[in-house]
Ligand binder design. Structure first.
Ligand SMILES: Cc1cc2nc3c(=O)[nH]c(=O)nc-3n(C[C@H](O)[C@H](O)[C@H](O)COP(=O)(O)O)c2cc1C
Length: 260
């Protein structure tokens, strides 16, 4: 059954819907209108509806009312460049909670990150509150202990200093279904969106690599985080207001690129 409806009285036959379709689901029929060429291949990305200037095409399950208008002002490359260069991995946080509303707003932005096959299968775990984050840091140390990947981190923890999650007031983790081969890509892209959005909102973030490693294999951590059955933690970020203001942008290695 076709999920595509084309309003022939409003369709202007510019075929932009056919041109942007990622899965070759649309073709032009013998009367010159777009139509569904193959059943079951549409990934509900919404591009055909989003690009049509006359609202002539509709996909079942994607109401036009759910589409948002494009904002009038979008940051230019200069603003984006400034944001991306000046964000830092923050490892010293102010002793101040982050409101649930603020984190939700960041997740809402991350929800718009691209996902492989438009799968949108990510599930988020938010650990909000210093004490809860501390419990997660403790379990990360426990998970690392057997292999002692970073003995210094464990030693510091034993001295009462959290060098693992840095006393952050919040941590967000992106999970994906274990069976989905693109899950890690989707999670990292969405977390990168979130990291930049946090910087734009005046919040510091730092990738929690060890937490991700431990959460992938250490059962007690999976229980503590209540990772849903069949899901794997694919990435995590600490979040909070930075205690210090950075005054300079550290240099990077020169660009390595080849042009063919
Ligand atoms: C995948 C990944 C994992 C990371 N894990 C950690 C971590 O566990 N702890 C930490 O303090 N920083 C972690 N970082 C932050 C890097 O050390 C940091 O990005 C790098 O030193 C450059 O600094 P900048 O982010 O301020 O530019 C991680 C970064 C990435 C991309």
């Amino acid at each position: 059954m076709s999920r595509t409806t084309v309003n022939e009285s409003t369709c202007n036959k510019d075929y932009c819907c056919v041109a942007v379709c990622p899965t070759l689901t649309l073709r032009i029929n013998e009367r010159g209108f777009p139509e569904e060429a193959s059943e079951g291949t549409c990934i509900s990305c919404g591009h055909c509806m989003a690009v049509c200037s006359t609202h002539a095409i509709a996909i079942e399950g994607l109401p036009i009312e759910d589409f948002e208008p494009i904002p009038a002002a979008i940051a230019g490359v200069k603003e984006l460049d400034a944001l991306m260069r000046s964000r830092r991995s923050i490892r010293a946080f102010r002793d101040k909670p982050v409101s649930a509303e603020r984190i939700e707003a960041l997740l809402e932005i991350a929800r718009h990150a691209p996902t492989a096959k438009n799968s949108q299968l990510l599930h988020w775990i938010v650990v909000n509150g210093k004490e809860k984050v501390r419990a997660v840091a403790r379990e990360t140390i426990e998970g690392l202990r057997p292999e002692s990947a970073r003995p210094a981190l464990v030693e510091m923890w034993e001295k009462g200093v959290d060098r693992m999650l840095r006393g952050a007031p919040a941590v967000v983790l992106a999970c994906a279904p274990a069976s989905f081969s693109w899950g890690a890509d989707d999670a990292i892209i969405a977390l990168s969106y979130l990291e930049l959005a946090a910087a734009a909102d005046g919040l510091g973030a730092c990738w929690a690599g060890y937490l991700k490693l431990v959460a992938a294999t250490h059962k007690p951590m999976q229980e503590l985080l209540k990772v849903p059955e069949g899901f794997v933690v694919r990435g995590a970020l600490m979040l909070g207001e930075s205690k210090y203001r950075y005054r300079r942008i550290p240099p990077r290695k020169p660009l390595s690129a080849q042009w063919i």
